[in-house]
Design a protein around this ligand. Structure first.
Ligand code: HEC
Length: 178
């Protein structure tokens, strides 16, 4: 496993160790600070969405090979789903193919999911829950604009089930004070 993947594992371990996040029902203004600043005024929602998923680290898990080769992954494979499992106390999860997922939902249902869903690790749901609605909509538009590609990710496994794919093991934090 290369260095980049290891740093992601550290990040994911941190995220996974955060316990149960609260439901993402915080009050939010409907306008993103990004949009309100006027800095994105000349960009389409698709362009804003592309920017947000890029700086938001979404490729790390949802684009196959991204942690190994970064931007050498061809755009045709962007967001077609992670190629290894994440195993921990919750079982094993796979980062879904978002180019397929997004087409199963209306834009409003997408917003509702991003705002309220809180499982499973290592998806950073607690962070995404607090995204502003117009940014969630911009991401939806961008993913739809990519078009469908690839296959659905493998189904999540229960704790104790052995994955038949490569996987990363995330252990709970060690050495915490008593
Ligand atoms: C550390 C790895 C990781 C990162 C980073 C990550 N995800 Fe995920 N994502 C996952 C995993 C694993 C799942 C499946 C877990 C679950 O179902 O809750 C998931 C599930 C999802 C789902 C649900 C899709 C479905 O079909 O059920 C959406 C939407 C999503 N991620 C969007 C994003 C966005 C947007 C970003 C960037 C802000 C992002 N993810 C970053 C790992 C990640």
């Amino acid at each position: 496993m290369n260095k980049a993947l290891w740093s992601l594992v550290s990040f994911a371990l941190f995220a996974a160790g955060c316990g149960s996040p609260e439901q993402g029902t915080t009050e939010q203004a409907s306008t993103s600070p990004l949009a309100a600043s006027g800095s994105t005024a000349s960009f389409t929602p698709e362009e804003v969405g592309e920017y947000l998923v890029t700086v938001g680290g979404c490729h790390d898990c949802h684009t196959p090979g991204f942690l190994e080769v970064g931007w050498e992954v061809p755009e045709s494979q962007y967001f077609t789903g992670g190629d290894f499992g994440w195993t921990g106390p919750w079982g094993t999860t796979y980062a879904p193919n978002l180019r397929l997922s997004v087409r199963n939902l209306t834009e409003d249902a997408w917003v509702e999911m991003l705002r309220t869903r809180n499982t499973l690790p290592p998806m950073p749901w607690m962070n995404v829950n607090r995204m502003h609605e117009d940014d969630m909509r911009a991401i939806y538009r961008y993913l739809v604009s990519l078009g469908p590609a690839g296959d659905p990710a493998p189904a999540a496994l229960q704790p104790g089930q052995e994955p038949s794919t490569p996987y990363v093991v995330l252990a709970p934090p060690q050495g915490l004070p008593e």
